[in-house]
Design a protein around this ligand. Structure first.
Ligand code: AHR
Length: 502
């Protein structure tokens, strides 16, 4: 098989917003406790945060981090998580059938973010709470001082306001599993009221209204339309959530997951623009793809939940998927899809960050290691700067059970005119054959290859585990050459490649 691409630095889609490389930390399983926070660990700092995990988080290059949920947030009282630790309530977390000790809250997480070099994206509870509590937490985080809650923050040790910019107006409010699940009408109204109130307190906030929990939801499309009819003028983003998994051995469809993501994004953009057009608005609503990943959710649904509340554990091992090379190629392709839509997808969060469907794993008292999915994320986050480019792509195709005929190769490029760098990200979705790709790079002038990275393995199910932490990594793609304005590279079957040109 073969493919041909034409790259021209003038054909820009949009500036790559750093917030596209966001992450997600939910109070779920061992993401927080025994994940980022483990006071007894040999690498724990004075605040109880694992330095070995922090080092990997920095290497991963996550920008904004969504917190504290997820489904968790719809039963959460934010004020439980501030003030003296010994006085914080212990609560039942109805979303994950766990016990929440509240030993990590806004102020601890704020300190951790400073160490990680990431920004906070805070989700308010619009499931079991409302406008007032959203205003309260905004007052706590963003008001300088002189009010009860901002002074409480100062008394708790944080003098400067956090200045949190990104706020999620609840989580997955279309999902029947969500505490306080609402109809699109009801949610659209409360989202609009909350947004208006929050802007009165802090006009600089950027607000994300909940879209659908997945494109497979029966209300998908109608939900976005109704919610935006109520909230269009009040919000900046609408969220998308999508998880993919290999089902029934259908590797071909799984490898084409990004085709579904492309369609999902384009459908939500079309819906938002239709609402905007009907409102005669010139404003555009962007997408915050604030939960995306590979997640073997069908396996999670097979596990029996602990029903007796007295047996609910603290920080159990939940959703601890172990990722293969195949999964990482799909993750690399999902990043390509996000970048291809850089004009409208200006925020995204890989769900999640540590232990829970995560690129980083930890063992209590022991090691931390990179999952396979760590590599495409870290490399794309580092190399994709400047603007995303629209590529002219001619590729062979293959048949899939789920998505029909799809291109075998998918790719995107970014161009940073200031730095004088160009990055190209490619996947080969073929299960059994390498593909040689020729790329017309003559529009870039005289360029040379600065670095290449290849993720591929004879065993596409190879993984990194506690016992084999470095089984999978990236190598160079030594087939890449530039001659006479043409870049040629061979992509092995089921592989992801990144090439940086200077
Ligand atoms: O990321 C895991 C869960 O997936 C989140 O809590 C929820 O928002 C989604 O359904």
């Amino acid at each position: 098989p073969s493919a041909h691409l034409t790259l021209d630095p003038h054909f820009t889609v949009g500036v790559v917003d750093r917030r596209v490389f966001g992450g997600f930390v939910e109070h779920l399983g061992r993401c927080v406790y025994d994940g980022i926070y483990e006071p007894g660990h040999p690498t724990a700092d004075a605040d109880g945060f694992r330095e070995d995990v922090l080092a990997l988080v920095r290497e991963l290059g996550v920008s904004t981090i969504r917190y504290p949920g997820g489904n968790f947030v719809s039963g959460f009282r934010w004020e439980d998580s501030v003030g003296p630790k010994e006085k914080r309530p212990v609560r039942a977390d109805l979303a994950w059938h766990s016990i929440e000790t509240n030993q990590v809250g806004i102020d601890e997480f704020g300190r951790w973010l400073d160490k990680a070099g990431s920004d906070l994206m805070y989700a308010v509870n619009l499931g079991t709470r409302g406008v007032l509590e959203a205003l309260d937490v905004l007052e706590y985080t963003n008001v300088r001082g002189g009010t009860t809650l901002s002074d409480a923050r100062i008394a708790n040790g944080r003098t400067e306001p956090y200045g949190v910019k990104m706020w999620c107006l609840g989580n997955e409010m279309d999902g029947p599993w969500q505490l306080g699940h609402r109809s699109a009408e009801d949610y659209g109204k409360i989202a609009s009221q909350t947004a208006k109130a929050m802007r009165q307190l802090d006009p600089s906030v950027e607000l994300v209204v909940c879209g659908s929990s997945s494109a497979q939801m029966p209300t998908f499309g109608a939900w976005e339309h109704t919610v935006l009819e109520h909230s269009y003028d009040d919000v900046d983003f609408i969220s998308c959530h999508a998880y993919y998994e290999e089902l029934g051995g259908d590797t071909g469809s799984f490898l084409a997951s990004a085709v579904n993501m492309d369609h999902f994004i384009e459908s939500v953009v079309a819906t938002a623009d239709a609402v905007g057009a009907a409102l005669k608005s010139t404003k555009k609503i962007n997408i915050s793809f604030d939960e995306w990943n590979v997640w073997y959710i069908s396996r999670y649904h097979e596990v029996d939940r602990i029903t007796d509340i007295e047996e609910w554990p603290v920080a159990p091992r939940l959703l601890e998927d172990s990722y293969s090379v195949l999964d990482a190629v799909v993750v690399g392709n999902l990043l390509i899809s996000l970048l291809k839509h850089a004009d409208r997808v200006t925020s995204a969060s890989l769900a999640q960050l540590v232990n829970v469907i995560a690129p980083i794993m930890t063992e209590p008292g022991g090691d931390t290691w990179r999952q396979t999915t760590f590599f495409p994320f870290a490399i794309t986050s580092r190399l994709a700067t400047g603007s995303a480019l629209e590529l002219k792509l001619d590729s062979d195709s293959y048949e899939t059970a789920q998505y029909g005929t799809v291109p075998t190769v998918d790719a995107v490029a970014t161009h940073d005119a200031e730095a004088g760098t160009t990055a190209i990200f490619l996947v080969n979705r073929s299960i059994d054959a390498p593909t040689t790709v020729t790329i017309d790079v003559s529009g870039l002038g005289d360029v040379r290859i600065a670095e290449t990275h290849l993720l591929a393995d004879d065993d596409i199910y190879a993984k990194n585990t506690l016992d084999h932490q470095d089984r999978v990594g990236t190598t160079e793609n030594s087939t890449a050459v530039v001659t006479g304005g043409t870049l040629t590279v061979t992509l092995p079957a089921v592989s992801w490649t990144a090439i940086s040109l200077v």
